[in-house]
Every structure is written in C-alpha cells, then in structure tokens.
Design a protein. Sequence first.
Length: 372
Amino acid sequence: MDFTPTAEQDALVDSVRRFRAREYDFEARRTVILSPDGMREAHWATFAELGWLGAGLSEAAGGYGGGPIETALICDEFGRGLVVEPFVAHVVALEALAALAPDARADNIAAMIAGEARLVLAHYEAAGRGDADHVETRAELHGTGFRLAGAKALVAGGAQAGGFLVSARDGAGISLFLVPADTPGLTVRRYRTLDNHRVADLDLDGVEVGGDALVGLRGGAMPGIARALDHGAVATCAEAVGAMDAALWITRDYLRTRQQFGTAIGQFQALQHRMADMLIELELSRSILYHALAVLMRDDPAERAIGVSAAKVKIADAAAVVGGQAIQLHGGIGVTEEHAIGHYYRRLYVIARSFGTVDTHLERYRALAFAS
C-alpha cells in the first residue's frame, strides 16, 4: 500500500495544525473546558468554514469527497491538541444518515456540514456496557407516528446537540428515529466526563414523534448504525495515535530538562528503555490504524468489523502503556491539573473505553474471525 498523503490531504493536515497553533494551545483549551457548554461556537464555525465537517463524507452522500482517511487525519491532529469539540460524534451521525437515508435526510446532512445543525447518534445503553447489539429502548406505533420509551447513556456530543438519532426496537427490528432535543417527554442530563468532554444521558418517557422521524427503513437500521459506529471507533483510534504521539514527545522534552543528581534524568538508561517501549507501542498503533482504515473502505461488514476490533484492542492497550508511562516518567507533576500530560492520560483512558470496551471488541473479533 502507498501511505503517501495526497496534496489535498497535506493541505488538510496543514490547516488543522495551523488552527491548533493559533487557537488551541493548552491555556486556551483550559478556557474552553471551563466554559458552560464545554466547547466554543467560533471553533465549530471554523470547522465548517474550512470544510472539516464534511471532509470525510463522499460527494454522493453530500460531503466534500473524502473518506475515513480524511477523518483520521483531522482526528490525529485533534488528538495532539486535545480538542474537546464533539467532532467524532458529528462524524458518526453523518455516517448513520448517509448509510440509512442519504436522499431523505439531505437537508440534515447539508445543515450539519454547514455547522448550522448538530445531530448525534444516541445508541449505547448502560446495561449493554458497550455492546452495540444491546438495545432495550422500545418504539411502538402510535397513530401515524411512533412512541419511544427507554434510556440512552454516555451520548457523545449530547450535551451540545440540537437533536438525537435514537435507536429503538419495534416489531420489525431496530429502527432509528430523529428526535429534537426539546421534544416533550425527552429528558437530557448533561455532564462532563473524566477527559473534560461533554456527554449526556437520555430518558425517553413516552416520547411521541411523527412518521417522518423514521430514518431509513423500519427495522433496518442496525447495518447502518454498525457502520457508523465503526467509523467512530477508527476516528477515536486516530485521535489516540495523535495524543500518544504528543504525549511521547512532551515526555521526551521533560526528561531532557528535569535534573536529578546533577544530570538530566533522560540520560538514565532505564528511562530511555521506557521511552523506547512507548515509541514501539505508538508505531504499532499507527500501523494497525492504517489497516483499520483500509478495511473500513471495503464492502464486507465482517471484514470491516474484524479489522476495526483488532485496531480498537491494540490501540486501547497501547494507550494504557503510553499514557501510564508518561505519567510515571513525569512523577507527581503529571497528575496535576496544570500540567498537560495528565490531560493526555485522561483522554487516552476514555478513548480506550469508547465505542466498546476491549472485552467487547475481543469477543466480536473472536466470533467473526474464528467463525466456522
């Protein structure tokens, strides 16, 4: 495979990198995470203006002609800067709409890419513990529409969303419904996670929606949801690779300057070996991310799922090694709120548990890779 980026991809990375340097240093980020919304509207407007919100969607689906690679390039840079705006949640919702009803939902897709609307997928439930097949939320026919009842947990981007793509079981299978955030009967509980991202839990108590709220075919949503979640998992893997890369070199610089016994501690061979271990984990993660991006663009759902789960497991393990070693090598200062390295560790910790845990993906890999 040729991993050389195109001129357009180089320009995309350069634009994100310049945004980070100009708008998203560590102190600027602290201001964002302490704000009431946990994001800056001006940043989201910049994402839209520069085309990032549609960079990973094909032209046929209403995007700018890119794909998973463009999304990964953006997320890699966002990981380096610990960007907290809900970009991955946006990507997942776009992929779900594009997979299930690109023509019927063209207006929603266009509004999301323009930064005028924010929709997110509300699929995972607390009892499922990251299992994408676990859906207890129910949808019943009610007149010409539907009535929804159930709960969704840890909805990424849910704290800032204007609407939710809610999955629910009905008599035909699993369907997807577009539910505005202000719909009567919908309770949105917003909160901040360990890594300073904003999420929400949803309670749906007899939420009534019209027939036009159905996204795609009734009972046929799960293939599109699974594809969207795989896109989200790979996007967070790319973000983790960027965060690990940044954490590695921040740690290297610290070891070069921290003095002990009259010399920089980076001169100690034992610490050099630990840095080497971190670098190996990073490069292994980068390689398996490339494989996940390759399978994500193929049509075989089983092959896609196997490749994504393999990447998720490996990168989650590597994130624990790199993040943990970065904290250990910094010592006590590494766990303070004022030092960046602790924020990288926390983001890596949350990414490892997003879009399914390691155990969930190991089980999916086993079931598909060794199916008789």
